[in-house]
Design a protein around this ligand. Structure first.
Ligand SMILES: Nc1ncnc2c1ncn2[C@@H]1O[C@H](COP(=O)(O)OP(=O)(O)OP(=O)(O)O)[C@@H](O)[C@H]1O
Ligand SMILES: [Mg+2]
Length: 237
């Protein structure tokens, strides 16, 4: 479905964040993109979603193909319409608007069938249904994470990219978020890439694992090939 071939990504023309990597996502897969701070995970996800130009970043060489079409130079809105959604770090939404209003606003990309999709989203996130009249600014970190994933779902993506969804959440909340990710993957057949530093649960769900270190692929393996200890060794090297 997606393939990044010998991709090098730079900021400000000089900062090499990703250095000649190959990264593939099969249709229906759930790919864990692991790596320590600064490994290049977010940069790769932003490149796929077309967001790099907004941070003076660029695809310096290589190509990223989605369904065989190059994403190079494509605007984020075009990429979103092609079926890719990126949930960035930071859990950004309209904090002054209610949960329901945020979800409705996210349906602008695909208005057709929006109300049926909203019902489906509420079925996946009952807590958001309960809180639909509450301002988003009043949600907890975990609830906000659910809201931004719910907003991404409103665009009916075929490929969902999640950047460190577990950041700053309690273990129970991480569990809840990953339960929903697993259900979406299984029931909706959604292809998912999750960037994380470590989440044992993610390793259990993943169909394929990439470990980045300093902008390179340090490891590409089946989930059975990684455990916390191997990761620590890669992270410390
Ligand atoms: N907007 C930016 N401008 C310049 N350099 C950047 C920018 N964003 C990231 N970098 C640099 O690119 C490299 C990769 O960063 P990136 O954010 O992709 O790492 P990451 O794997 O997502 O790390 P983390 O787990 O901390 O989120 C780092 O060296 C970082 O300092
Ligand atoms: Mg990051």
């Amino acid at each position: 479905m997606l393939s990044a071939n010998e991709v090098t990504l730079r900021y400000d023309g000089v900062i090499q964040a990703v250095d000649g990597i190959d990264f593939r996502v099969e249709q229906g897969g759930l790919v864990a993109l692991l790596g320590p701070n600064g490994a290049g995970k977010s940069t790769l996800l932003k490149a796929i979603a077309g967001m790099l130009p907004f941070e003076q970043g660029e695809l310096a060489s290589g190509d990223i193909l989605f369904d065989g079409r190059s994403l190079s130079g494509a605007h984020p809105a075009t990429i979103a319409r092609m079926g890719i959604a990126l949930v960035q770090e930071g859990r950004e939404c309209f904090r002054g608007l209610s949960v329901g209003e945020n979800i409705r606003a996210a349906s602008l990309l695909r208005r057709k069938g929006a109300s049926a999709r909203m019902d489906m989203v509420f079925e996946y996130f009952p807590v958001l249904k309960e809180m639909r009249r509450r301002p988003a600014g009043h949600l907890s970190g975990g609830q906000l994470q659910m809201l931004v994933i719910a907003m991404a779902l409103m665009g009916e993506p075929r490929l969902l990219l999640l950047d460190e969804p577990s950041l700053g959440l309690s273990p129970t909340m991480v569990q809840t978020v990953f339960d929903v990710v697993e259900r979406m993957h299984r029931e909706l057949g959604m292809t998912v890439v999750v960037a994380e530093q470590t989440v044992p649960r993610l390793l259990k769900l993943a169909t394929d694992v990439y470990v980045l270190s300093r902008g390179r692929v340090a490891m590409h393996t089946a989930p059975a090939g990684v455990d916390e200890k191997t990761l620590q060794m890669v992270y410390l090297s």
